[in-house]
Design a protein around this ligand. Structure first.
Ligand SMILES: Nc1ncnc2c1ncn2[C@@H]1O[C@H](COP(=O)(O)OP(=O)(O)OP(=O)(O)O)[C@@H](O)[C@H]1O
Ligand SMILES: O=P(O)(O)OC[C@H]1O[C@H](OP(=O)(O)OP(=O)(O)O)[C@H](O)[C@@H]1O
Length: 212
């Protein structure tokens, strides 16, 4: 039996998809793990321990090595810019990061952009040669143009329902987003056999074209 792998799993919308993928890869994970309040879940049968994390914190736990591997959205990886090793595109929780605004938006002299992703947004507008003030919000980002906090937002679009229901339009898509398997750089060397086995098992399911 190899060493236990500590896995930082995001609570919330990614967990459901990730757990389906893990199960399809032969890793027997209880279905309701994310519904309990227990945050450290020992799974000795599959040689793992789940650390149930807030999604944005997953790269932090992995960088510091308190988790060996983790599952996290590419949006969070781009924003947090942590030193982790990206092993595999899991192809789940697919959405895109876009610039969004009111249909009659026109560039003004002082432009404000609200977002949960200030680093990504600042870099994007800098590269576009657009001078904007970026305002960090933590949720309900679509409110900002509706109530006059900002002219535009940078946020996630999946079905487009939130945009439609708030009379907003997608102006540019910046990145396609999926969840990724990441590893701590030292763990990847020290527990290489175990981590690579998980990566290979997940990879086979993904290449098999499982619809998630
Ligand atoms: N429609 C969507 N909107 C936002 N994120 C999505 C969407 N679809 C998939 N994702 C992915 O899911 C992740 C967000 O998951 P979730 O909504 O559970 O977390 P959160 O909003 O960051 O957490 P919390 O609600 O605890 O603040 C994103 O990082 C992104 O990779
Ligand atoms: O295109 P859609 O399918 O409508 O999905 C996109 C919406 O989902 C997310 O919000 P979330 O539910 O995470 O709420 P929050 O922004 O308030 O955290 C995202 O920030 C968008 O608002």
């Amino acid at each position: 039996m190899g060493e236990i792998i500590k896995v930082a799993m995001p609570k919330g919308r990614i967990y459901k998809k990730a757990s389906e993928l893990f199960r399809a890869a032969g890793l027997q994970i209880p279905v309701d793990v994310d519904e309990s309040r227990k945050l450290v879940i020992p799974l000795p049968e599959i040689g793992m321990e789940f650390i149930m994390a807030k999604p944005v914190d997953v790269p932090t736990y992995v960088e510091y090595g308190v988790a060996d591997i983790g599952v996290v959205g590419k949006d969070v990886l781009l924003e947090e810019n942590r030193d982790v090793y990206e092993l595999l595109d899991l192809g789940i929780a697919r959405c895109r990061m876009s610039v969004i605004g009111l249909p009659d938006w026109k560039p003004g002299i002082h432009q404000r952009v609200a977002t949960k992703y200030p680093n990504v947004a600042s870099q994007y507008f800098r590269e576009q040669g657009q001078q904007v003030e970026v305002i960090k919000l933590n949720g309900s980002i679509e409110l900002a143009p509706l109530i006059g906090l900002a002219d535009r937002i940078v946020d996630m679009v999946e079905t487009g329902q939130t945009l439609r229901e708030n009379g907003l339009v997608e102006m540019e898509s910046i990145f396609e987003i999926t969840s990724r398997l990441v590893a701590n750089r030292v763990s990847y060397r020290m527990k290489n056999g175990e981590i690579q086995a998980v990566c290979d098992a997940l990879s086979r399911v993904i290449q098999g074209g499982m619809q998630l």
